[in-house]
Ligand binder design. Structure first.
Ligand code: JFZ
Length: 462
């Protein structure tokens, strides 16, 4: 039976819904974990790249708009395997320039890149000897863009990792997810797909591309504990320093918690975590989606995430020519300029010692399930490093009459704006027992201003 696109989308979200809860544990016990995760805790901001054959139809099949995520077009249209594979004949992204992409990541303040090596459509974006269905063997392009990216990342000091759809593979008769071509998943020889394609491809990726900082698995359909453990052992045996995300299997926890797509929790978490997020409303390029997040929105999200102890993995979807849409490049570069001035509040900084600034549950408004809804506050966020508190104040809130520092016991020695190269001390007055930092009347930054408040102690005493 073929699902109509809408039902397909609905079922997909139903299938994925339990993941949000399942993905709330991270493996923190083994000794390698602390060593592996150290760079991730510093990095805070990464570039996610969803790129594949789906960038050719770009949200449209046979002249009709297909609803849903760009990279899901094969499933949602649906497009039978025999037609979808023909896209490979015309895939020739000659404008792909690994140097340019890595330079964009550097200039945007991103510290790691994670790219789709194989998404659910089953097409490998690298030269694989496990399956000919790959960009080197099956297209006129005849290049390995992932090798080019790996080399460019190594050159520029950017960490490099792979997204790999371990479970769903709509090209393979025994892979999960393509019921339209191959019937119900339960009747498939899923372990055969795992041992003949998925596991060997993961091994290739870990063997031929230098140090891999992260394997980003996804949608763990049918990934039992035993199957998840196999992947875990594989990754650990080939590259013990490679992180594993939170979506390998429900039972086998990776190195950190992956939240739902674009889902930022309402409060800090004790575990390491990361939110995968879009710059518009799709991961894979869609020609009809130009709903780009503004630089100010991206800065808010990055600071919000950092203040809750997480990482922000922000996606771009290159076109079939291999280029990242111009508009989002510009927005990211604006974010990069902000980070050049205010980066001390992000990189290596840790979560807020407060928490009330995140918002609160409504006393009266309930959601459809009868639970109180969360009313976020977006005035300011706080991060901290040794002897310092960083208060980032967002545009609409900019307190012309002074910023009231939340109450704590530790003595404040001085306060200044991070964007001020001189670190000119700002006047601090006490109003009704509240310490208040005096700011210039006119907001010096249209997106956000970060105040550094220096303390007489290494840590703040609440
Ligand atoms: C998955 C993919 O299906 C999608 O194409 C994209 O690659 C994205 C990053 O990951 O989609 C998901 C996976 C998990 C959740 C939501 C969407 N979830 O846990 O809420």
């Amino acid at each position: 039976m073929r699902l109509t696109p809408l039902i397909g989308l609905f079922c997909t979200s139903l299938l994925l819904a339990p993941l949000v809860h399942a993905e709330t544990k991270a493996e923190t016990s083994d000794q390698g974990h602390e060593k592996r995760i150290a760079w991730f805790r510093e990095a805070k901001f990464g570039m996610f790249i969803h790129w594949g054959l789906y960038s050719i139809p770009a949200g449209e099949w046979q002249g009709k708009q297909v609803l849903g995520l760009g990279e899901w077009i094969m499933h949602n249209a649906p497009v039978p395997v025999k037609d979808y594979v023909k896209l490979a004949d015309q895939f020739n992204p000659t404008q792909f320039d690994a140097e340019k992409i890595v330079q964009l990541a550097v200039d945007s303040g991103m510290k790691y890149i994670v790219i789709t090596s194989k998404h659910h459509d089953g097409f490998a974006m690298y030269h694989s000897s496990v399956s000919k269905y790959n960009i080197y063997d099956a297209t006129p392009f005849k290049r390995d863009p992932l090798k080019e990216l790996a080399d460019a990342c190594a050159k520029h000091g950017i960490k490099f990792g792979f997204y790999y759809s371990q479970s769903q593979d709509w090209h393979e008769p025994n892979g999960a997810g393509n019921t339209a071509d191959f019937g119900p998943d339960e009747k498939k020889d899923f372990d055969r797909y795992l041992t003949e394609k998925s596991e060997p491809q993961v091994k290739e990726l870990l063997t031929h591309y230098g140090p891999v900082c992260l394997m980003w698995f996804d949608t763990p359909f049918m990934m039992t504990e035993e199957r998840g453990s196999r992947f875990m052992r594989l990754v650990r045996s080939v590259q013990p320093n490679c992180l594993i995300d939170g979506r390998l299997s429900k039972e086998v926890h990776g190195d950190y918690v992956s939240t739902g797509d674009n889902v930022v929790p309402n409060k800090s978490m004790t575990e390491d975590w990361e939110v995968p997020a879009t710059t518009n409303n799709t991961w894979g390029f869609r020609k009809d989606d130009t709903d780009w997040k503004s630089p100010g929105e991206i800065v808010f999200k990055l600071v919000d995430v950092a203040s809750k102890g997480g990482n922000y993995l922000l996606n771009v979807g290159p076109t079939s020519a291999g280029v990242i849409p111009e508009h989002i490049q510009e927005n990211l570069l604006t974010v990069g300029k902000w980070l050049k001035l205010n980066g001390d509040a992000i990189y290596g900084a840790t979560k807020s010692p407060f928490g009330d600034e995140f918002g609160e549950y409504s006393a009266s408004i309930k959601d459809h399930a009868g639970k109180p809804i969360f009313l976020p506050r977006t005035d300011w966020r706080c991060t901290t490093s040794k002897g310092k508190l960083f208060f980032t104040l967002f545009r609409k809130y900019y307190p012309r009459d002074g910023f009231e520092i939340p109450a704590f016991k530790t003595k404040v020695t001085q306060a200044y704006m991070l964007s001020d190269p001189e670190h000119t001390p700002l006047k601090i007055v006490v109003r009704d027992g509240v310490r208040c930092v005096q700011l210039p009347r006119s907001n010096p930054d249209p997106m956000a201003v970060t105040l550094c408040v220096e303390l007489a102690d290494d840590k703040v005493q609440l």
